[in-house]
Design a protein around this ligand. Structure first.
Ligand code: PGA
Length: 243
């Protein structure tokens, strides 16, 4: 199934379109199950959802969420953990119930059990209605780096050197960036009924082009989204510039 695209003038429009689709889902299904992502790209979408939750009287109290990934070795209190990011930038600013939010535990005693439990909880929730994704410069989705299999399930993985470098902007140095992460697998992500991938900026244009136009392969993990029946990339014109 070809990946559908929405090409927007600005990153604000990308956020507006993404939030509008999520809101439409919640209106239709107040107990929707959302898959969420961290990173810089979805921050404006979360800001728009917070505004709608507060100003337009749309409750998120019955929503369940699952996040894509977490750094291995960081607990949820660490200011660079993805649990911290989500609590701070989204969950705590809405009426979402924290006990309905799931981010893999980066300091779990047993990573395999943690990952199995994550998959089990997704299934028990009825599956993800919509998963919001970003894309890495190397074509990764979550921490499924180049070389990842389309059959991968939630697990402990190595973070690519390129990603460590990109993410070092949030740490004091590249040495401080964890080298491993717990990540939902490509098959886990592709089980979602709907996928929205957001990308903004010229630096994402090559990865976006490969994901949409190259044959699906582990060279660009996002290209496996071509196998999903209902996946849309919402792009600003810079990220879409090589299409
Ligand atoms: P970004 O990260 O939104 O910060 O660019 C995306 C990603 O690495 O998946």
């Amino acid at each position: 199934m070809p990946i559908k695209t929405q090409i927007c003038e600005t990153s604000d429009q990308v956020a507006h379109n993404a939030a509008a689709e999520i809101v439409a889902l919640i209106v239709q299904k107040p107990n929707a199950v959302l898959g969420l992502a961290t990173g810089s790209t979805p921050v404006k979408t979360y800001a728009e959802l917070i505004r709608i939750n507060r100003e337009e009287n749309l409750s998120f109290a019955r929503i369940t969420t699952f996040n894509l990934d977490e750094y291995w070795g960081l607990d949820g209190e660490h200011n660079q953990s993805y649990r911290h990011f989500m609590n701070n930038l989204f969950f705590s600013r809405t009426d979402l119930r924290l006990w309905n939010t799931h981010v893999p535990n980066g300091v779990a005693a047993d990573p395999d059990l943690e990952c199995q439990a994550f998959e089990t909880k997704i299934r028990a929730s009825g599956g993800i209605d919509l998963w919001l994704l970003g894309i890495g410069h190397n074509g990764h989705i979550a921490f499924n780096e180049p070389g990842s299999s389309p059959d991968s399930r939630t697990g402990l993985v190595e973070i690519a050197q390129e990603t460590i470098k990109a993410n070092s902007r949030f740490f004091n140095s590249a040495e401080e960036v964890p080298k491993q992460a717990l990540t939902a697998g490509i098959a886990t992500i592709c089980d979602a009924r709907r996928i929205l991938l957001l990308a903004t900026g010229e630096d994402k244009a090559e990865a976006v082009k490969q994901a949409i136009q190259d044959p699906p392969s582990s060279t660009c993990p996002a290209s496996f989204l071509q196998n999903h029946p209902n996946c849309t990339f919402i792009l600003d014109k810079d990220a879409a510039s090589l299409l």
